[in-house]
Design a protein around this ligand. Structure first.
Ligand code: PRX
Length: 572
């Protein structure tokens, strides 16, 4: 692979779906993309139809649509089988009262049943509410009760975390595994399927603006908010699948996220299936050997994961992947949090592939800033706007900033994947649009002369030390380049003299012990390689960093809260 200049990575030669970024930016027409869908002629829309049934109608019924791997266990399903299964489940749900516009919550592990339940729900025009499998009672309760949810699909194991008595709205709970003893509201899906004949014409047609899925997202205040997307999002999702994931006829695609997280639904189900790819579902928890095994066994060619996962693989050493045949793997992508350049270099050295960062949010419904396989990567950058998407860097008054200046990352609204509403919270929805025509993301970013966008932190994470604005991500990235540092979280700590100082919490790699000398060495490392004002004035070694449950992102806000609590104790 060619390294351009000091850092940039040239594209690997390949036959990509998109070969000329500039041209695509000039010529993309969302109306043309719409021609790909059956509803452009029929006027009848349903995401589930476009994901599954259409492929059967088009003659791809025998193609494998889903490959499930759980350790040594494997299962595959063709598109025809998935159509039959989801028609069948949809028939049962409909007979039990589920109808267009109802919320159906799905609380299942990464297992084919979860994917079938999602598609069956959507076939009926109901709104699918997938819940992350690691949610505990409070999180399950908050979400179902916010929607006055009447229906839930789960299994006997996860049912233990559903506080039924505190959810008066819940009428029916469908259990997917073999269960002998049923509680009051519980229904055995297996038994119902046995006694129900499949109704083939089960699809409920809806309009493009109809609700499709709901995902809850946390802000800096209050309870998580329910973001609802519409069926129209498929236009955006399909096209990013084509150009960013570069999906083709023979691709085997693995998105490691659980559908309870927006990536696991949009890029784990909708986008690959809209593009007729085979999806891989990997059961069980993260385990480096298990993951390499899945890549090998399923013959994964396109892989979408997250920086945390890549860092965890990195921590297991560079030799491990050599034990597996990863020759099918051709395209790697990342999302969800800053992708440290170090991780990209690791991917290049260890797997011989570039890792393509992408940026989007629950609210945006699909990728907006991307690194395309045919374009140069500047490590540390999230890439450039997807063709058809306009971005701007705004100051606090909504004035566009020049290239190179830091500001609020904003997107020209609307775009096809944009959220439809924030459930029962119009005020929150409106708060994303403080300036006419712009969606303001809450992220800070810089755009360089070539249009590449560099993430600088959430707007509330920024550090201001002696008037210098410092993005924590930049400092964290530099810290983890030091051989002793496994992970780092950086915050601004209040300081009388400087306003704030940079404080780093670090987790050491195995084999290193903390000492003043080591900390000083790490500090110097940042000072000399990044900038003096960015070097942490304070450092603390911790055994682990607080992270978000769903996506494993470093919770800087929590580090800051701890620090502020310590300071106030000192004052008292
Ligand atoms: O701060 C940005 C970060 O994740 C936020 C969105 O989080 P969520 O709604 O959970 O969706 C995650 C996946 C779609 C953003 O506001 N984020 C997302 N991608 C990146 C990122 N930060 C840095 N680099 C990225 N590539």
């Amino acid at each position: 692979m060619t390294v351009i200049g000091r850092q940039q990575l040239a594209p690997i030669e390949g036959d990509y779906n998109l070969t000329n970024y500039e041209e695509a930016c000039q010529h993309i027409s969302w109306d043309e993309v719409k021609q790909q869908f059956s509803w452009s002629e029929s006027g009848l829309v349903n995401m589930a139809y476009e994901c599954i049934d259409k492929h059967v109608v088009d003659g791809y019924g025998n193609k494998i649509g889903l490959h499930y791997v759980n350790g040594a266990y494997e299962e595959t399903y063709t598109f025809a089988e998935i159509k039959e299964k989801t028609d069948h489940i949809a028939t049962v749900l409909r007979n039990q009262g589920v109808k267009k516009g109802d919320f159906v919550f799905i609380f299942l592990p990464k297992h084919p049943d979860c994917y079938f339940a999602m598609i069956a729900t959507i076939k009926l025009g109901a709104i699918a509410g997938p819940l992350f499998e690691a949610f505990m009672e409070e999180a399950v309760k908050d979400r179902i009760s916010d929607c006055d949810g009447r229906f839930l699909i789960t299994d006997t194991d996860l049912l233990k975390r559903v506080p039924k008595n505190e959810l008066p709205s819940l009428e029916k709970i469908f259990i997917t595994d073999d269960v002998q003893l049923l509680g009051e509201k519980e229904i055995s899906l297996i038994k119902e399927l046995e006694k129900t004949e499949i109704e083939e014409d089960i699809t409920t047609w809806v309009d493009l603006e109809h609700g499709l899925n709901i995902h809850y997202t946390s802000g800096s205040t209050g309870k998580p908010k329910g973001i609802i997307h519409a069926h129209r999002a498929m236009v955006h999702q399909y096209q990013t699948g084509k150009w960013v994931l570069d999906l083709k006829e023979d691709d085997v695609y693995w998105c490691t996220a659980h559908p309870g997280w927006v990536t696991g639904t949009v890029y784990g189900i909708f986008t690959p299936w809209l593009n007729r790819a085979t999806i891989v579902v990997n059961g069980g928890r993260f385990d480096a050997k298990g993951w390499y095994h899945t890549l090998e066994t399923a013959g994964v060619s396109v892989w979408y994961s997250a920086p945390t996962a890549y860092r965890m693989l990195m921590a297991e050493g560079n030799d491990l992947p050599n034990n597996y045949d990863l020759s099918n793997l051709r395209h790697l992508l990342s999302v969800g949090e800053p992708l440290n350049p170090e991780v990209i270099y690791w991917g290049q050295e260890t797997l011989g592939k570039r890792i393509h960062d992408t940026w989007w949010m629950t609210e945006t419904g699909a990728q907006l800033i991307v690194n395309l396989p045919s374009e140069v990567i500047k490590p540390g950058s999230m890439g450039r706007p997807f063709p058809g998407i306009s971005i701007a860097i705004l100051d606090d008054d909504g004035i566009e900033q020049s290239r190179g200046s830091i500001g609020h990352l904003a997107i020209k609204a609307p775009w096809p994947g944009m959220m439809k509403e924030v459930w029962k919270n119009e005020e929150k929805y409106q708060s994303y649009f403080p300036f006419e025509g712009w969606y303001v993301s809450g992220d800070l970013a810089v755009q360089d002369e070539d249009g590449y966008i560099f993430f600088q932190g959430r707007s509330d994470d920024m550090i201001n030390s002696s008037g210098e604005r410092i993005g924590p991500f930049e400092v964290e990235s530099k810290l983890i380049e030091h051989p002793a540092v496994a992970e780092a979280g950086v915050i601004g700590k209040p300081d009388v003299l400087r306003g704030e100082i940079v404080k780093a919490f670090i987790v050491l790699r195995k084999g290193y012990t903390g000492s003043d000398a080591l900390l000083e060495e790490i500090r110097k490392f940042v000072k000399t390689r990044l900038a003096a004002h960015s070097a942490p004035r304070e450092m603390e070694i911790v055994s682990e960093l607080p992270k978000t449950k769903i996506s494993g992102k470093i919770l800087r806000r929590e580090l800051k809260a701890r620090e502020l609590a310590k300071l106030s104790q000192q004052v008292q």
